[in-house]
Design a protein around this ligand. Sequence first.
Ligand SMILES: NC(=O)c1ccc[n+]([C@@H]2O[C@H](COP(=O)([O-])OP(=O)(O)OC[C@H]3O[C@@H](n4cnc5c(N)ncnc54)[C@H](OP(=O)(O)O)[C@@H]3O)[C@@H](O)[C@H]2O)c1
Length: 440
Amino acid sequence: MPSDKPQKSAAPLRVGIAGLGVVGGEVARQISHHGDTLAAVAGRDFRITVVSARSRDADRGFDMAGIDWVDNAAEIAERDDVDIVVEMIGGEEGVALELVTRALETGKHVITANKAMLAHHGTRLAGLAEANNVGLMFEAAIAGGIPAVKSLREGLAGNRVSRVSGILNGTCNYILTRMEKTGEPFDEVLADAQKLGYAEAEPSLDVDGIDAAHKLTILAAIAFGQTPQFDKVAISGIRDVSAVDFAYAKQLGFRIKLVGTAEPGRMPRMQTCLLPMSTQLAKVDGVLNAVEFDADPVGSVVLTGPGAGSGATSSAVLSDLVDLACDRIPFTFGRPVAALADGSAVENGGGPDTPFYVRLMVVDKPGVLADITSVLQIHDISVESMLQQGRAPQDTVALVLATHEVGVERLMTALTEIESLSCVMAAPVAMPILVPGQEG
Ligand SMILES: NC(=O)c1ccc[n+]([C@@H]2O[C@H](COP(=O)([O-])OP(=O)(O)OC[C@H]3O[C@@H](n4cnc5c(N)ncnc54)[C@H](OP(=O)(O)O)[C@@H]3O)[C@@H](O)[C@H]2O)c1
């Protein structure tokens, strides 16, 4: 039986780190500079035996004397002087996947922050970890420094989880928060976020909701005991949001956020949506992340904190290192792979009916409203409230509708017809309104 008691006399755990960038570099510096703190809680020393990155000459901020360097990161998996492989390269396929696969096959523990790899290959990798009696740890992959994985998998074990929701991408939350505060357009805020290092030069993984959907896929697997199934997630990013939407949302009592939602047996959704200002997720600003677990018997649990960056992410990796040292080795997704339900069996389709926010750019002339409402009537879509203010250039105005609950497919059919009306000057923008307790 594994013991949770630190055994200070045990030999040091030998760590191989692949990738010495934002996360891997900080993990190496923490082990090098604060090894005593780690050893005190782990009961073992940690010793970095080998590292790999692309550039051998870069100054990584820690002493590399006595540490081997390999150009091919996958070689770390084959070495006899490594107990734990820390994979901090990233990428769904390629050297990261090769390294992790081989490390598990050769009986080494793996710590990774690579949500893309886990969302796509998680079931197979979890099976390998189980077959070889090693840990596949990934606290850093989701919500950075927030202990989201441990809270759900260990802290809430025994609960029946009815919903997981979260703000899981700091880049998107930074952009939305700033657009709301300053009224700047999306492109300008994105360009500035790139200069500040909050967004990648190639931003689509973040702003199109894919990175956050990877994380939601993994959380849903743990929460509902199912295999991770990324292609089952309905994803919409933040590119369509305009500065005017924030002002209208505010008048209606909402804030705009990229929110992931997953419920048992239902298609998970990563969507830009309106949240009532009073909800906890609506109050999460800037680069922060948040996760909310609704479960029985605990109720609702919300965790907020830094979702990215060297400090937050390395903190999560260090906690995985301590768990491995203490033989706290969980099943990857909380239960044996053979006991996971088939994640591909969740329902497809547009998700549950919700109220929607719809913005139409229309010509400001008599009869426009009648044309639009007649299309909505044909599709049995009723309107809860309507806003129209000011005049824009070329006599176009924004007409904003908040609908009653409607299925997304029916709404989209109606909006396609509305877009073809001669009075409608641009593609309609529609976002679900998430009202806790109603939606779902
Ligand atoms: N940054 C965050 O806040 C954050 C948060 C959560 C999760 N993550 C995840 O953490 C992982 C690492 O992200 P990061 O931000 O640290 O990335 P990063 O700063 O770009 O670092 C990547 C590292 O991998 C090295 N590398 C790239 N290709 C390699 C190859 N073929 N062989 C060996 N080394 C290679 C790079 O070497 P050079 O340094 O020589 O270029 C660099 O050291 C990713 O899975 C990411 O999704 C990051």
